[in-house]
Design a protein around this ligand. Structure first.
Ligand SMILES: [Zn+2]
Length: 55
Protein backbone atom coordinates (compact mmCIF):
# COMPACT_ATOMS: atom_id res chain seq x y z
CA UNK A 1 0.00 0.00 0.00
CA UNK A 2 1.49 3.29 -1.12
CA UNK A 3 1.26 6.30 1.15
CA UNK A 4 -0.54 9.37 -0.24
CA UNK A 5 1.51 12.25 -1.57
CA UNK A 6 2.72 14.39 1.32
CA UNK A 7 2.13 17.52 -0.75
CA UNK A 8 -1.63 17.29 -0.61
CA UNK A 9 -3.28 15.09 1.94
CA UNK A 10 -6.42 17.07 2.38
CA UNK A 11 -4.78 19.35 4.92
CA UNK A 12 -6.53 22.60 4.18
CA UNK A 13 -4.64 24.24 7.02
CA UNK A 14 -1.60 24.21 4.80
CA UNK A 15 -3.17 26.71 2.44
CA UNK A 16 -1.81 30.22 2.89
CA UNK A 17 -3.95 33.00 4.25
CA UNK A 18 -3.59 36.67 5.06
CA UNK A 19 -5.76 39.51 6.33
CA UNK A 20 -7.69 41.77 4.00
CA UNK A 21 -6.12 45.24 4.17
CA UNK A 22 -9.55 46.87 4.09
CA UNK A 23 -11.60 44.91 6.61
CA UNK A 24 -8.91 42.90 8.33
CA UNK A 25 -10.71 39.61 7.93
CA UNK A 26 -8.53 36.64 7.16
CA UNK A 27 -8.89 35.40 3.63
CA UNK A 28 -7.77 31.99 2.67
CA UNK A 29 -6.12 31.04 -0.54
CA UNK A 30 -8.39 30.53 -3.49
CA UNK A 31 -7.65 28.85 -6.75
CA UNK A 32 -8.49 32.01 -8.68
CA UNK A 33 -5.70 33.72 -6.76
CA UNK A 34 -3.13 31.09 -7.55
CA UNK A 35 -1.22 33.41 -9.89
CA UNK A 36 -1.86 36.71 -8.14
CA UNK A 37 -1.72 35.73 -4.47
CA UNK A 38 1.11 38.18 -3.76
CA UNK A 39 -0.93 41.01 -5.24
CA UNK A 40 -4.21 40.14 -3.58
CA UNK A 41 -4.97 42.64 -0.82
CA UNK A 42 -8.73 42.63 -0.60
CA UNK A 43 -11.14 39.84 0.23
CA UNK A 44 -13.80 41.15 -2.11
CA UNK A 45 -14.60 43.77 -4.72
CA UNK A 46 -16.53 45.69 -2.08
CA UNK A 47 -13.38 46.05 0.01
CA UNK A 48 -11.35 47.02 -3.01
CA UNK A 49 -13.79 49.78 -3.88
CA UNK A 50 -14.02 50.96 -0.30
CA UNK A 51 -10.29 51.39 -0.27
CA UNK A 52 -10.00 52.89 -3.75
CA UNK A 53 -12.72 55.43 -3.04
CA UNK A 54 -10.41 57.22 -0.66
CA UNK A 55 -7.60 57.34 -3.16
ZN1 LIG B 1 -12.18 42.71 3.13
Amino acid sequence: MTPPTPAFRGNKAALPSKPCVACGRPMSWRRRWARTWDEVKFCSDACRRARAARG
